[in-house]
Design a binder for this molecule. Structure first.
Ligand SMILES: O=P(O)(O)OC[C@H]1O[C@](O)(CO)[C@@H](O)[C@@H]1O
Length: 451
């Protein structure tokens, strides 16, 4: 077991790219950005409620989440989580991170908790058909998550699964299997809660989708999967107190914000989020929304993308090593993965790996990580390393808060509003027009004229 704090930021591979004086020089700007965030003097400050969520949340609702999770665990083999963007990525990321890779694939008698499957994040009829097939005749419940209650993708999926529930259980019992996470007062889902008596949870006003994993949005599905959500919140609370207090030099979140902005201003405009554990894939997807929606606007911002190694060393690896030099990498390194296995001893060397006999896979993975850092750094790609202690709920809570805090500071540091996402509306408006939604006749005519 490698001993370390829950998370640390390692800039040692940046020596070639960032001079020693630079952190000190950007420090006043980072501190100003942090102060804007903490004081509420920055733009869109009403959307900072996530900042003290780990210590200031509705405890009664938290207990209701745990009770609902128990209920679902007792009466369902599957939980269908319906939502898109911030209304699903956080839960998916956390469940994957905290469970073994094939958790969801285990047969029901080998899995202690329900299978968690996601819907409403695409408009693929094939996907929904396949999902219905895999549920089969097993008992299931639905958690529909939408702050607005009017997002097309989850609305369609909810209609489908609502009908399936009614067909299977009848209206009265179906209503007991529907859990709604939405705005406290507004939106059609809130109205449906009132009409049908569904159990429901609130997405707080001051928390945007991409900052909502520690609200019922993430907490209910995560709890249903058997995770200790109290530990998750405690980890975030620990991060909250540290990042609010510590000076830049000792503050991992501020350092990450500072270095990625130092690099961005030198022309490293694309950031690749990387991991060496396959169940970090959705961590990257969650981070991409967090960073992309927070910073990509006003024709600026770091472009967030991702790669998972070793897999992508044999696809994107070539480009990263020798392509356009506008890339930086942020590598998440899990210090203590939950499991390991030896390279088998066969006494033969036909495959050329006899020298690895007696070594573990995690040892080899560590060496791959070190080798890639060296190769990419030498090849012209600056690397930031985020060491994360383990894959436990406490550490994950800490890491979630780390990224949320760092990205919000980073937005302010760049003169960007980190809490809105006006660009997401454009495709929606066009889609409404093309689908013939009432009220969009003029836009439809305009589109048809232009194409
Ligand atoms: O929860 P809603 O209202 O369905 O929105 C889903 C997602 O769409 C966005 O509004 C834009 O992508 C996100 O912030 C949010 O996570």
């Amino acid at each position: 077991m490698k001993n370390m704090s829950y998370l640390n930021f390692d800039a040692s591979a940046l020596e070639k790219y960032v001079n020693k004086n630079e952190l000190n020089e950007i420090k006043p700007m980072v501190n100003t950005a942090k102060d804007l965030l903490m004081s509420g003097n920055g733009v869109e400050s009403q959307m900072r409620q996530w900042l003290d969520l780990p210590t200031n949340y509705d405890k009664a609702e938290f207990d209701r989440i745990k009770a609902a999770a128990k209920n679902i665990q007792a009466n369902s083999k599957v939980l269908v989580v319906i939502g898109i963007g911030g209304s699903y990525l956080g839960a998916k990321m956390a469940i994957d991170y905290l469970h073994e890779s094939y958790f969801n694939y285990l047969p029901d008698d080998k899995r202690e908790f329900p299978q968690i499957l996601f819907a409403g994040n695409s408009i693929s009829g094939s996907y929904i058909n396949s999902l219905i097939k895999i549920i089969g005749n097993r008992d299931f419940s639905v958690n529909v998550i939408s702050k607005s209650g009017t997002t097309t993708e989850p609305s369609i999926a909810f209609r489908i699964f609502h009908k399936l529930l009614i067909d299977k259980y009848g209206v009265k019992d179906a209503n007991k299997r529907i859990y709604v996470t939405t705005d406290a007062k507004n939106g059609s889902l809130r109205q449906e809660v009132k009409d049908n008596g569904y159990e429901s949870f609130i997405i707080p006003d001051g928390v945007g989708g991409r900052y909502s994993v520690l609200t019922p949005v993430g907490l209910l599905p995560i709890a249903v999967s058997g995770v200790d959500i109290e530990a998750l919140m405690n980890g975030a609370a620990q991060a909250q107190s540290e990042f609010a207090e510590k000076p830049l030099e000792e503050n991992a979140a501020l350092k990450y914000a500072a270095y990625r902005n130092i690099l961005y201003r030198k022309g490293y405009t694309n950031e690749i989020f990387e991991g060496y554990e396959p169940n970090l894939r959705y961590f990257a997807e969650w981070w991409k929304q967090l960073a992309g929606e927070s910073e990509g606007k006003d024709f600026k911002g770091i472009y967030p993308t991702s790669a998972m190694f070793s897999t992508d060393l044999h696809s994107l690896g070539q480009y990263i090593q020798q392509g356009r030099r506008d890339l930086m990498e942020t590598v998440i390194k899990i210090q203590n993965p939950p499991m390991d296995i030896d390279v088998p001893v066969t006494g033969k060397n036909g495959d050329g790996i006899q020298y690895l006999e007696g070594k573990t896979m995690n040892y080899v993975n560590d060496k791959a990580f070190e080798s890639v850092i060296l190769a990419h750094t030498n090849g012209g790609v600056p690397n930031m390393i985020i060491n994360v202690k383990d894959q436990t709920p406490f550490t994950l809570g800490y890491a979630i808060y780390f990224f949320e805090f760092a990205i919000a500071v980073s937005g302010y540091l760049n003169g960007i509003n980190p809490f809105n996402q006006p660009g997401v509306e454009d495709y929606k408006q066009n889609m409404f027009a093309l689908l013939g939604k009432p009220g969009y006749e003029d836009l439809k005519a305009k589109i048809n004229k232009e194409r």
